[in-house]
Design a protein around this ligand. Structure first.
Ligand code: PGA
Length: 258
């Protein structure tokens, strides 16, 4: 079977302003293009407002872009919300939903996240759904059950509707995000294989990626862990040099394995 490209998702959160995003694109879009290969896919997820910059200036780019959230609704009186159709019109190939910062700060539920996934799937955007356990849940051995409770409402919803859906599932343990700590290989493998078992049972087309303290020091260990098909990068993706090094480190590991 042909190996799928390794997916790098840069989650810029609310770290770059519109102007800073414009500067990044101006300075680095050529180099970003050069990092994309048949084995490497790159997605930049800036703030909503910066998506228009990508649409305007990166039309023929080899990398993709996506949003960090979308509305649960198609359209209507929902002040401040952004609909999936507009994201599609702005050229988004992917969109992150269910990030732990949104689950925590805005009390997003698994059911709402399932509706967001449906809105994206209807417009042809691939949802990147973040799931993961807290430190306390990890320490009390609840990782597998927490991941199942986050995934099942999503899988039930999308398989009930007849929309062909491709998913990216980002396993992001909350205790790894921004902490400098990443799970050991056996925890990561076990968590991903529990996710894989569920997805396979629902016959979903998917990619499994990992997020949480992915940087130049951790990428090699993460990308060589079985079942990891990509990474979601927060703070290290803000600096182009770091992002480039992370991608290059993966590419040299990949080349050695061939
Ligand atoms: P981090 O963030 O890479 O800075 O740990 C990851 C995330 O929050 O998605």
């Amino acid at each position: 079977m042909k190996k799928q490209p390794f997916l790098f998702v840069a989650n810029w959160k609310m770290e770059k302003s519109f102007q800073e995003s414009a500067l990044f694109i101006r300075a680095h879009s050529q180099e970003l293009n050069a990092l994309v290969t048949q084995h490497t896919e790159i997605v930049i997820c800036p703030s909503f407002v910066a998506l228009s910059l990508f649409m305007q200036h990166c039309k023929s780019a080899l990398f993709s872009w996506g949003a960090q959230d979308c509305s649960t609704y198609f359209a209507g009186p929902y002040t401040g919300q952004v609909d999936a159709l507009s994201l599609k019109e702005l050229g988004c190939r992917y969109t992150i939903i269910g990030h732990s910062e949104r689950r925590t700060a805005y009390s997003e539920t698994n059911e709402q996240i399932a509706h967001k996934a449906m809105q994206l799937a209807h417009t042809g955007i691939i949802p990147i759904v973040c799931i993961g356990e807290t430190l306390q849940e990890f320490q009390s051995g609840k990782t597998t059950s927490v991941l199942a409770s986050q995934l099942l409402p999503l899988l039930e919803t999308i398989t009930r509707k007849e929309t062909a859906t491709e998913l990216v599932i980002a396993y992001e343990p909350l205790w790894a995000i921004g902490s400098g700590t990443v799970p050991n290989a056996s925890h990561l493998k076990n968590a991903l294989s529990s996710i894989k078992t569920l997805l396979d049972a629902y016959c979903i087309t998917y990619k499994l990626i990992y997020g949480g303290s992915v940087n130049e020091q951790t990428i090699t260990r993460i990308c060589t862990t079985e079942l990891v098909q990509g990474v979601l990068i927060g703070s290290a993706s803000l600096d182009f040099k770091k992002l480039k090094n992370i991608v290059s480190l993966h590419q040299s590991t990949y080349n050695k394995e061939q």
